[in-house]
Ligand binder design. Structure first.
Ligand code: MG
Ligand code: ZN
Length: 188
């Protein structure tokens, strides 16, 4: 009797650890490209002035849906203009903090930013999309589940990065917004 009871306690202990592990690994990430997806980049090769940041239609609602559905939002963007000396990390980060402020006012989580500051005309790197390193880093850092995570982008390179990181990739039309796609994903 006593042995059975002890076994039960041990079994429950392991069940707890097992369930805990599942909960910990259930984090999911919605990766979103920046230029042409979050902000309309019409007329700009690089967007680095805060006043040039025009959010695409429905962006705030889309982020709210993702937030409510429990996704961590991670922006992944190539900013090769930094390597070329056209603008600096500071400008990229200022645009990001402005976006975060705006989202915070709406009660939406502040997204993480992962960006590649390199350009092959200056130096090769391991992080520029279509490589999946930045996505893989975030997946590892937040212990996110690949099956539950996905990437939205407007270029083939975004889809390649998603594939490289082992997650789903969705392509949207440049500057057309992501709300209808996000609705489809979240409500599926
Ligand atoms: Mg883009
Ligand atoms: Zn890079």
């Amino acid at each position: 009797m006593l042995i059975c009871f002890q076994n039960l306690i041990i079994a429950q202990k392991y069940k707890f650890i097992f369930e805990f592990k599942i909960i910990v690994s259930m984090q999911k990430i919605a990766f979103v490209d920046r230029d042409g997806v979050i902000n309309d980049d019409t007329g700009h090769y690089y967007v680095y002035n805060v006043e040039d940041v025009k959010l695409t239609e429905g962006l705030i609602s889309a982020f709210k849906l993702l937030d409510d559905a429990g996704y961590k939002i991670v922006i992944v963007t190539n900013q090769g203009g930094i390597a070329k000396g056209i603008y600096t990390n500071k400008e990229v980060e200022l645009i990001h903090s402005n976006l975060c402020k705006l989202l915070k006012q709406q009660g939406i989580q502040e997204p993480e930013l992962y960006y590649c500051p390199h350009h092959e005309s200056v130096e090769l790197c391991l992080c520029k999309k279509p490589q999946g390193l930045l996505l893989s880093k975030a997946l590892a850092r937040f212990r996110a589940d690949n099956e539950l995570s996905f990437m939205i982008g407007d270029r083939e390179t975004d889809l390649k990065a998603a594939e490289d990181a082992g997650i789903r990739g969705y392509k949207v039309e440049t500057n057309k917004g992501i709300l209808s796609l996000v609705k489809q994903i979240v409500l599926a």
